[in-house]
Design a binder for this molecule. Structure first.
Ligand code: ZN
Length: 385
């Protein structure tokens, strides 16, 4: 352990406390934001592990009246958010600790956004309806390395009534303080480490390929991909590798910082399949990634060559990148087709339509319509690369 043993404090893209053991500063972070009674929001799986009790104890030792809300689903729903708001009101909480994977952090950010507003969660999708002065402060503590939600100004919440994933966005949703502590991710099993790590790769890759002018985000995306290449296999092989764990947390934050530039068809497709089948977001991205690369191939050859050179791949061209992604998936023992995770073709038309309408489709490297997405889905279902 070398990098992880140092304490680093970054103020970009928000205040980030980086290093092993920094969870011990949680109470201090809450106090810095004026909280006396934070509500820690997480998922039930994590709530059963000692790490949540440890976080609560740090808060109690710091003199905080901390509460716990742990009823957040894997793909968080609108009712998860309203239940969280009810818990927040019942406990008279004045801030939120967003603790866990992307789902828990997304739900927690949405709770902090909407709790004191007069508008509903879905109405808050229009930032103009939100009174920013009423938003509650958030400290975010990721326990997986993938979504980067801790440095994002949006949440993805499933609308159960319409079986669709909706994006709630507000510039002030970016948590004011983030703790990146690799000790919190060492317990993540290899399969989840792999799937969440591939989400980080998908963010960096799609941000890099988005057809928008944002060279700063482009630079971050390139280095984010390099960190995934160097450290994801290490983190999957040896979960105790603290430096690899920390570098993947950073790669994850970089992906979400970079995707201000936009995402693309990997996410458009995985959002719709995820909404209908409730499958793991990172796993879906890992599966559909090479098929989407092929679909975009006519317009991304030059960018792929540039990325391949930066990553030091044996072949500095599109095929070099495609082979790297395929080899990485195989090395991490991730599936090659959607059929392998129980998805079928019964909703192919609907998936095509939903994907084309997904907000991330707007910044895909080239425009794809519903028929294109349907074909792309069928390719990923059956392994037609
Ligand atoms: Zn993602």
């Amino acid at each position: 352990m070398e990098i992880a043993s140092y304490k680093n404090n970054w103020s970009y893209p928000t205040n980030v406390r980086v290093g092993a053991g920094r969870l011990r500063e949680l109470a201090q972070c809450c106090q810095q934001l004026g909280m006396q009674a934070p509500l820690l929001i997480t998922d039930p799986g994590l709530a059963a592990l000692p790490v949540v009790e440890q976080a609560l104890q740090v808060c109690r030792d710091g003199g905080l009246q901390v509460g716990l809300f742990s009823a957040v689903k894997g793909n968080p729903t609108g009712s998860n958010v309203s239940d969280g708001v009810a818990a927040l009101e019942a406990g008279k909480h004045d801030g939120v600790i967003a603790f866990g994977g992307g789902s828990a952090i997304d739900a927690a950010k949405a709770v902090a956004l909407v709790a004191r507003q007069s508008c509903s969660l879905w109405e808050a999708r229009n930032p103009a309806t939100v009174d920013a002065s009423l938003m509650l402060p958030v400290v975010a503590v990721p326990t997986t390395a993938g979504t980067g939600s801790e440095v994002g100004n949006a949440s993805v919440i499933t609308d159960e009534d319409n079986h669709t994933k909706r994006i709630i966005f507000h510039p002030r949703m970016l948590p004011a303080i983030v703790i990146l502590d690799p000790e919190l991710t060492v317990g993540l099993p290899p399969k989840l480490t792999a799937a969440t790590g591939m989400d980080a790769l998908a963010h960096n890759l799609e941000a890099f390929l988005a057809p928008t002018f944002h060279p700063m985000a482009e630079g971050i995306a390139l280095e984010g991909m390099r960190l995934v290449k160097e450290y994801l296999p290490r983190a999957v092989r040896n979960g105790q590798d603290m430096d690899a764990r920390l570098q993947m947390l950073v790669a994850s934050s970089m992906g979400a910082t970079a995707f201000q530039r936009g995402l693309g068809a990997i996410h458009a497709l995985s959002h719709s399949v995820g909404a209908l089948y409730d499958s793991h977001h990172g796993l879906l991205n890992a599966i559909v990634m090479p098929y989407v690369m092929q679909a975009n191939r006519p317009v991304i050859e030059a960018e792929m060559a540039r990325a391949a050179r930066y990553l030091g791949l044996p072949h500095s061209d599109f095929n070099g990148m495609l082979d790297w992604v395929l080899d990485l998936r195989a090395e991490l023992e991730l599936p090659h087709t959607l059929a392998e995770i129980g998805v079928d073709d019964t909703q192919a038309v609907l998936i095509g339509e939903m994907s084309a309408k997904d907000i991330t489709a707007r910044t895909n490297a080239r425009p794809l319509d519903a028929a294109d997405y349907q074909q792309l889905f069928l390719n990923a279902l059956t392994g037609k690369l």
